[in-house]
Design a protein around this ligand. Structure first.
Ligand code: NAP
Length: 468
């Protein structure tokens, strides 16, 4: 019989699916666990690691991307392996992972976007913001999308940080993109972008906006665009004022201060404008074969049953001409084959990271979640650090209390490698990623850019095989 998992004879074998921030923080916490021998295999469907740090964070925010240094340290540690270009569900199933590891942790994020369910949402020119984000960041799934940026006005629906990123990227001058790792195809397309005005719509008021202060401040410092807020939108209702005065509402209070200052600004005559409008919801997107305008309704705020202030439509309608619309109303998780899924929340049902069988209402031994697929798409990158710690603590508790089963296949590390060599012969190890990384950085160096990204899987695989 095998000795209890976590010893040098029988290391605790963990598969983590998804190599974004939550997957890497989880790997780091596990490998640092006291008095425990752990081996971690980190899977990703792309040949490249780091998830939204590579494919989500805006290219003009390079400092945020430096979090990958922590991941690089984790990857250099004993007991870590990366299997990129392996699609769990296709090359290896959930069931097969469970046969090979003491625990399987899903860190798959929230891969799709939320829908508004309004007429015209599917017209050409109506996009999910996440599509534009994936495209300008060179994600292979999005690199061939074609955005028609030849119109004068774009509308971005939603008041989160993704809406801020999208609005900013649409108006940045080429000189500011040229020094970033924005995908080459996007730099070219943005350079001929004719958009002069980006309207950002919040369905609630300035006090309820989900964006954070630094992102809002950045809008006020754009080289080519004035930021515009209608002073009438800053007549904040009594309930909202009370809310933002409460303890813990510093971000909202400061957002209102910044927006008030913006509403008092005179135009400086820059060639572009970013207009923040509040208490407006889209009710229909219109156009003959493509987006031409968007119908909006003015909202009022009303206390919902949970006490929160909600948007309630009035009879006041208007139409705004626009050639392109981005809905930026949040990401949504997608189901993993063989694992329970909460359709309503778009997450895997769990209790503090332990996957729960929704019918039997108990934790399923050896199955865990971290990050957005655990808690929904909220928080900044750092939020995933303590989120991952909670899951890892519970996994270790389960180990100590005998709730983890021995892998039925024995779980020998080389057995996994030979299975993957058969099923996914083009899988990329961490050494392969380092070659891709080095090639991208080398291509960026002469241009004064952090890297020039490969945007096709085949190019990545070629680079991963090139010996230096
Ligand atoms: P988010 O922060 O959840 O914002 C979603 C926005 O969409 C909210 O303003 C929400 O309004 C609005 N919304 C939802 N349903 C709507 C509807 N049917 N009609 C109109 N508006 C609707 O989501 P996100 O912007 O996708 O960002 C996801 C997470 O990533 C956030 O935690 C964000 O902070 C983080 N992130 C951070 C950075 C950064 O740190 N720089 C950059 C990008 C993303 P209500 O409040 O009324 O629901």
């Amino acid at each position: 019989m095998a000795s209890s998992p976590g010893t040098s004879e029988n290391p605790l074998r963990v598969a983590i699916v998804g190599s974004g921030p939550s997957g890497f923080y989880t790997a780091g916490h596990l490998l640092k666990a006291k008095d425990l021998e752990v081996s971690v295999d980190l899977y990703d469907r792309l040949p490249t690691p780091f998830g939204l740090v590579r494919a989500g964070v805006a290219p003009d925010h390079p400092k945020i991307k430096s979090v990958t240094r922590v991941s690089e340290k984790t990857a250099a540690g004993e007991g870590f392996r990366f299997f990129g270009n392996v699609n769990v569900g296709e090359h290896i199933t959930h069931h097969e992972l469970k046969e090979r590891y003491h625990a399987v942790i899903y860190a798959v994020g929230a891969e799709t976007d939320r829908q508004m369910d309004i007429p015209g949402e599917d017209l050409p020119g109506s996009w999910a913001a996440t599509q534009l984000v994936g495209w300008y960041n060179g994600h292979p799934d999005y690199r061939d999308l074609e955005f028609d940026l030849s119109c004068k006005r774009a509308v971005v629906i939603g008041n989160g940080n993704v809406a801020m990123d999208v609005a900013r990227m649409l108006v940045l001058p080429r000189s500011e993109l040229d020094t970033t790792d924005t995908a080459d195809h996007a730099i070219e397309a943005f350079a001929s972008c004719e958009i002069e005005e980006v309207v950002i719509l919040g369905r609630r008021g300035p006090a309820q906006a989900a964006f954070t202060n630094p992102e809002l401040l950045e809008l006020g410092e754009l080289t080519d665009a004035d930021v515009v807020v209608d002073p009438a939108d800053m007549n904040i209702d009594h309930n909202s004022l009370q809310d933002i005065e409460a303890e813990g509402q510093l971000t909202a209070r400061k957002n209102v201060e910044i927006l008030t200052a913006y509403s008092q600004r005179e135009s400086t005559g820059k060639s572009k404008r970013v207009v923040l409008r509040f208490l407006r919801s889209p009710v229909a997107i219109r156009g003959d074969g493509k987006v031409e305008s968007i119908d909006l309704v003015r909202n009022e705020l009303d206390h919902g049953s949970d006490g929160a202030l909600r948007a309630k439509a009035t009879d006041d309608h208007e139409t705004v001409e626009a050639g392109i619309v981005f809905r930026s109303i949040g990401y949504r998780g997608v189901p993993v084959d063989g694992v329970p899924f909460d359709e309503w929340k778009g997450t895997i049902p769990n209790e503090q990271g332990r996957v729960v069988d929704p019918h039997a209402q108990h934790a399923i031994p050896g199955e865990y979640v971290v990050g957005w697929i655990k808690r929904g798409p909220s928080g900044v990158i750092g939020t995933n650090k303590r989120d991952a710690q909670e899951t890892v603590d519970n996994l270790i508790q389960d180990l100590h209390e005998g709730r983890l089963e021995e892998p039925s296949s024995g779980g020998a590390p080389d057995e996994v490698e030979s299975l993957l060599s058969e099923r996914a012969p083009d899988h990329v190890t961490y050494a392969g990623w380092e070659l891709i990384d080095a090639a991208e950085k080398a291509a960026g160096e002469p241009q004064g850019r952090p890297r020039v990204k490969f945007t096709r899987v085949e190019e990545m695989l070629d680079a991963a095989k090139t010996s230096v």
